[in-house]
Design a protein around this ligand. Sequence first.
Ligand code: ZN
Length: 413
Amino acid sequence: MRLNETQIAQVDAQVKRLVKSGSYYGKLYRELGITGIGSQEEFEKLPFSSKEDLRNAYPLGIQAVPDGQVVRIHSSSGTTGKPVIIPYTAKDVEDWAEMFSRCYEMAGITKEDRIQITPGYGLWTAGIGFQAGCEKLGAMAIPMGPGNTDKQLQMMVDLKATVITATSSYALLLAEEIGKRGLKDQISLKKGVIGSERWGEKMREYIRKGLGIDLYDIYGLTEIYGPGIGINCEKEAGIHYWDDYIYIEIIDPKTGEPVPDGEEGEIVITTLVKEGAPLLRFRTHDISRIIPEPCSCKSSYPRIDIIKGRSDDMFKVRGVNMFPSQVEDLLKDVDGVSSEYTITIAYDEEQNRDIMIVTAEAEGRVNFERTAAVIRGLFKSRIGITPKVTIVPVGTLPRSEKKTKRVTDYRER
Ligand code: ZN
């Protein structure tokens, strides 16, 4: 999807403002001799921005406005190293609330609703984003934050909350508690707006049934405002995003080249009007694709597909992108198989193609050959690739406290 003329002008203005500000990116653009953009081609020559840049610029190096204009900061919880700090102007805060309010509207939520907010408040962008969007919409916010399940459920019942906002894991916990305590007929929930961690269809089904609600996935990341830059509509066909605030391109994570609309790759986001910390071509490492067809909900906001995984985990076999999460989902459905597995990929010169060997564990009670055939069949039908499958007894594959290395790739890079 190409930038339209308004977006080109917006990016051009962002570049010029950054250069003038002398911020981290302003200096970088000046060094590279970048003064503005006037076309898609010039835009695609802009360097990518990344989380590493933001760490290098810690704490406030990316701030692109005078101190007097910054009204708030947020920080993303880095798993390693320094956190990332993002400064917001009053307009940034206002724009974020506007986007979030649109998300609620897309989910059919109105000012008559009562929204129980369970994501955390604080440096993180979660709770406060859900709250600001709720107030902008004019609905009633019930600002709980996470935890304290007794109080949480008491408020949910007594205040007749109609919408729950949560991470998928916390929504699951609440669904289980409501089931255990037999509260289902005392709650008034109709909808759930769930933060964008990747979650399986089984979990989704459990929450949907357990709470008796429709579910909406909200997308966003702290570096780009926070959650609220997109959400799925009632057709549950991808995520609409707000292209008057952000521009999304999809790139090949290996080469950095944009891929055609409809093809999978890494989401790269450009903020169009952000003031405190504009980011141009920010690499999210989230994998998705542009859905080029118009949505049957009639919304004209463009769509990306649901997030498939992280580019860091992606591997490609015979031209098909795969993720460990897909393999995990698939093995879950096979009787007697453990959650442990390894994948080996090599290039077979004689056959002139990639070969993939999956090693999985099964309990002694099941037939290993039949189990291997079931797994091969699932790979073929769900992913489109038929691997060689070896089954070994449970306990054979190495266990590790840390994240286990699942994929070994012997192909030349
Ligand atoms: Zn739609």
